[in-house]
Design a protein around this ligand. Structure first.
Ligand SMILES: Nc1nc2c(ncn2[C@@H]2O[C@H](COP(=O)(O)OP(=O)(O)O)[C@@H](O)[C@H]2O)c(=O)[nH]1
Ligand SMILES: [Mg+2]
Ligand SMILES: [Zn+2]
Length: 332
C-alpha cells in the first residue's frame, strides 16, 4: 500500500508552492551540455549514514547518495534527485524544510528528521527513563516549532507506571499532551494524535518505539524489507531512521534510540524561549541582560521561589545555560 499525498506538506509551506502546480512528483528534463538529465523530486524514507532510500511519486524506491561530501539529509526531506542507474540516484538538492529536528555536540550536528510537525517522545517506567533527555528533546522541538507529545508506554506495568505518571504530570501542566498506553495491548490512544501529521518517534532504546510503530503499521515488516532491498542490504535498516505511511495525510518516522541530546546549536536567548513557562516572567527582571541564573531581582528566580516554575525545570535551564557558555567560538 502506498500513500503520497502528505509528501510535500512540510516543504510546501516553506516554499509557498501550492498543491495544484504539478510540483509534487514533478520530473524535469534539463540540458546539461549535450547530456539530458532527468530530475525528479522524491521523499527520503530511510537514512543510514550516506545511504538514502528515496521514494518517488510512483512509490518506486531509489538508493541515493548525496552529491557533495558535506551534504547531509534526513528522513522526511524532499529532495531533487538525478538517476544514475536502474535503481540508483544522486541527490542534487533539498527543498526548504519546514522543520528540522536535530541535536548537536561540541563537534557536529546530527539530524533526526525533517519536515515533521509532531514529535512523539516515548518513555516507560522500565527501564527507567532519563528526564534530562526528555527536557532536551522538548527544547529542540520548541525551537523548531514542532508539537511534542509524550507517550508513557508499558502502562501494563501498573505500579511503576503510576510513579512515572506522577513524575510526568509536570509536562501535562506545561501543556504537553501525555498519552499513557501499552503498545503491547492497545495502540489506539496514539492513533488519533498522529492523524494529519508527519511525526517522528524519539526516545531512549528499550522504551518501546519499535513496538509502537509495529502496532500502528501492520505492514511494517514488509516496508522494512522493501527499504532494505532498495538499500541493497538487510543490515542497513536496523539502525536507521525509516518513514512509514499511515494514510494519505499521515506518516511516521521511527528513529534510532537516543542516549544524548546535545543542544550546542542553541543561543542563550533561544534556550530561554524554549522554556515556555518562563515567558510571563522574562522581561520583568531588574537587569535587561538578566541570564536568570544568579542575578538579583530576577523575575524567573522569584517565580521558582513562589512555586510558579518547577525547580526541576529551572535547574535544567541553569545547567544548560552553563553548558552553552563553554561553547567553542565556531558555534557562536
Ligand atoms: N510490558 C511491556 N513491554 C513492552 C511494551 N512495549 C514494548 N515492550 C518491551 O520493551 C522492550 C523494548 O521494546 P522496543 O520496541 O524494541 O523498544 P525500542 O528500543 O524503543 O524500539 C521489548 O522487550 C518490548 O517487548 C509494553 O507496552 N509493555
Ligand atoms: Mg527500536
Ligand atoms: Zn532574570
Amino acid at each position: 500500500m502506498h500513500y503520497h499525498a502528505d509528501w510535500m506538506r512540510g516543504a510546501e509551506s516553506a516554499s509557498g508552492r501550492d498543491e495544484n502546480d504539478g510540483y509534487a512528483g514533478r520530473s524535469n528534463s534539463v540540458n546539461q551540455g549535450n547530456r539530458k538529465a532527468l530530475l525528479e523530486d522524491g521523499l527520503i524514507v530511510a537514512a543510514h549514514g550516506r545511504h538514502y532510500a528515496v521514494e518517488l511519486s510512483n512509490a518506486e524506491l531509489l538508493h541515493c547518495y548525496p552529491r557533495g561530501r558535506r551534504n547531509v539529509y534526513a528522513c522526511g526531506d524532499v529532495v531533487e534527485i538525478e538517476r544514475s542507474g536502474d535503481r540508483q540516484g544522486t541527490i542534487n538538492s533539498v527543498h526548504p524544510r519546514s522543520s528540522l529536528l536535530y541535536r548537536s555536540d561540541r563537534h557536529r550536528q546530527k539530524i533526526i528528521a525533517a519536515n515533521v510537525t509532531l514529535a512523539v517522545f516515548v518513555v516507560a517506567a522500565r527501564p527507567a527513563f532519563n528526564e534530562d533527555l526528555l527536557m532536551r528533546c522538548l527544547i529542540a522541538c520548541e525551537q523548531q516549532k514542532i508539537t511534542a507529545v509524550i507517550v508513557l508506554n508499558k502502562t501494563d506495568l501498573v505500579e511503576e507506571s503510576a510513579r512515572a505518571a506522577t513524575q510526568l504530570a509536570l509536562y501535562g501542566e506545561l501543556g504537553y499532551t501525555l498519552v499513557p498506553l501499552s503498545a503491547k495491548k492497545d495502540i489506539s490512544p496514539l492513533e488519533y494524535v498522529l492523524r494529519n501529521h508527519r511525526s517522528v518517534v524519539v526516545g531512549q532504546s528499550g522504551m518501546g518505539k519499535s513496538t509502537i510503530v509495529n502496532a500502528l503499521i501492520p505492514q511494517a515488516g514488509a516496508r522494512t524489507a522493501e527499504i532494505s532491498q532498495a538499500l541493497d542490504s538487510g543490515k542497513h535498516t536496523t539502525t536507521s531512521a525509516q518513514l512509514y505511511h499511515l494514510d494519505a495525510e499521515s506518516s511516521i518516522i521511527d528513529s534510532p534510540g537516543l542516549q544524548t541530546f546535545g543542544l550546542m546549536h542553541l543561543s542563550q536567548s533561544e534556550l530561554v524561549e524554549s522554556f515556555r513557562e518562563f515567558k510571563p516572567f522574562v522581561g520583568h527582571c531588574r537587569f535587561d541582560d538578566c541570564r536568570h541564573t544568579v542575578e538579583p531581582g530576577c523575575a524567573v528566580i522569584a517565580a521558582v521561589g513562589r512555586d510558579e516554575i518547577d525547580p526541576r525545570r529551572w535547574n535544567a535551564y541553569t545547567s544548560l545555560a552553563a553548558d552553552l557558555e563553554t561553547k567553542p567560538p565556531a558555534w557562536a
